[in-house]
Design a protein around this ligand. Structure first.
Ligand code: SAH
Length: 451
């Protein structure tokens, strides 16, 4: 039986709150894109737009030479003074891009059910840490907590706490407002690893951290939605002389203009990050994503728990996916840095490789498949039946289409999960039980084992 069905009675329409969301009917989510020109010569005027990040980077390049794409991405997105994420609320209709949790409450509700079903499969541990990486406006965490509230009779016996890993002070305030109202406080000491803490509207303690290393150990369900794509990538090109890293330099011809160049010889990154069996001619590697998966692997295998990573991405077959977004439009990555989002598709094959099979991995499967397996069709019908307001009904249907339509987010977005090997033991026991007429408990949303 689909997990959603199991919870249907408890999570029924009787206590339904139908949240209205601001859908952007026209516009792009970051998963939608076309091939763009990265030569940066097609829009001369735009290059004269200097920004604080551009000034900082050009002086750095002048003193120490061309920088890697990873360093460029890190500075542009998370530089503490002028980084794009640090001072912006870029999500939603007024921002630069739209994400599934912002489009529809159903998305967060189904992920909430995934969290509960993994907690149940682990034997209902007494402590339950919900950890989210890059929570944006806090909508996903809020919808997940809504599910925990609805399923209080199931989850109530466990002490739930919420742990948010967020680099942006601006977004952490938006998250605090959404999750706690006024019930949160910034740390007095700026070196405190917990830089904000509070109590959610659902009565759970909530903490904010800058990095995963500060999140306490213990049984945890980890969620990362559109987070890995924002982590810095290195780019490499195969040449006659072997692999060369693509770097960013100042264009000698045009003031305030950056350009891509090929490193003349091997760099530390090109000699350490590429796989010996690589068949592509152009490759993007995200070592920070790899390290994060290694940390998740350690924690999940030692403390128990599960991770659900959802992002646009591929299984190790795509090449040049680095792109920018501003005002729901594609934006040249080298123009006016700090004013637009930068992103690259997640290489799930690489992430799986980083687990070294010390945990069990599932997927990547498409968003359409995952949400369908989680019971999105039933949930939509339940919400529509209990909703009389025509504009909210329209939003629900539009949101469903945006998330599920293969031409929109349905196929480009993928779901990937990590669970401990003890789940195999459960599966094996289940298989034996199956032979005796029992059933194996599958990982919700994933129909097949993807080792
Ligand atoms: N998950 C949200 C937001 C996605 S945008 C959603 O789907 O709506 C990316 C989020 O990750 C933002 O909250 C951004 O501030 C955060 N972020 C980006 N890079 C980060 C980093 N290196 N460390 C922590 N948070 C980061």
């Amino acid at each position: 039986m689909k997990p959603f069905m199991q919870f249907q009675r408890l999570f029924g329409a009787s206590k339904l709150v139908c949240n209205s969301r601001n859908i952007v009917p026209v516009g792009l989510c970051r998963g939608q894109w076309r091939r763009i020109c990265t030569c940066t010569t097609h829009n001369q005027e735009a290059h004269h737009c200097s920004t604080p990040v551009l000034k900082h980077l050009t002086s750095k390049i002048r003193s120490t030479g061309p920088i890697s794409v990873a360093e460029y991405m890190r500075e542009v997105l998370t530089n503490p003074v002028s980084g794009y994420y640090v001072h912006n609320d870029m999500l939603g209709a007024e921002g630069d891009f739209i994400t599934s949790p912002e489009i529809s409450q159903i998305f967060g509700e189904l992920l909430g059910i995934w969290c509960v079903s993994e907690w149940m499969a682990a034997g209902k541990p007494k402590e339950f840490q919900l950890v989210e990486f890059g929570p944006g406006r806090g909508s996903l965490a809020s919808d997940v907590l809504g599910v925990l509230k609805q399923l209080k009779s199931v989850v109530g016996e466990s002490a739930v706490s919420v742990h948010l890993v967020e680099v942006s002070p601006k977004l952490s305030e938006v998250q605090a407002q959404s999750l706690t109202g006024e019930d949160s406080k910034a740390a007095d000491n700026e070196n405190d690893p917990v830089y904000r803490r509070g109590t959610t509207k659902t009565g759970h303690p909530v903490y904010w951290y800058r990095g995963m290393e500060d999140v306490p150990r213990g049984f945890s369900i980890y969620l990362a939605h559109e987070f890995f794509d924002a982590l810095p990538i290195h780019k490499f090109q195969k040449t006659d002389k072997g692999w060369r890293e693509i770097l960013i330099d100042i264009d000698p011809q045009v003031a305030n203009k950056l350009c891509f160049v090929l490193a003349p010889s091997a760099t530390l990154a090109s000699s350490t990050l590429l796989q010996a069996d690589e068949e592509r001619e152009h490759v993007e590697v995200c070592p920070e994503g790899g390290v994060l998966v290694q940390r998740l692997t350690n924690r999940i295998s030692e403390d128990g728990g599960a991770a659900l990573i959802a992002d646009y991405g591929h299984a190790g077959d795509k090449t040049d996916t680095f792109r920018g977004f501003r005002g729901h439009k594609l934006h040249d990555v080298l123009v006016a840095p700090g004013t637009a989002d930068l992103t690259a598709d997640v290489d799930f094959r690489y992430l799986r490789r980083m687990t070294e099979e010390r945990v069990l991995s599932f997927g990547p499967i498409t968003q359409q498949q995952f949400l369908r397996n989680m019971g999105i069709d039933v949930r939509l019908q339940v919400l529509l039946r209990s909703c009389t307001d025509s504009s909210t009904r329209k939003q629900l249907v539009q949101g469903f289409d945006m998330m599920m339509n293969p031409e929109k987010m349905g196929e480009r977005f993928k779901f990937f999960a990590l669970v401990p090997h003890s789940r195999i033991a459960v599966q094996t026991r289940g298989k034996k039980a199956e032979q005796k007429g029992g059933a194996a408990p599958p990982v919700s949303g994933f129909s097949e084992l993807g080792l």
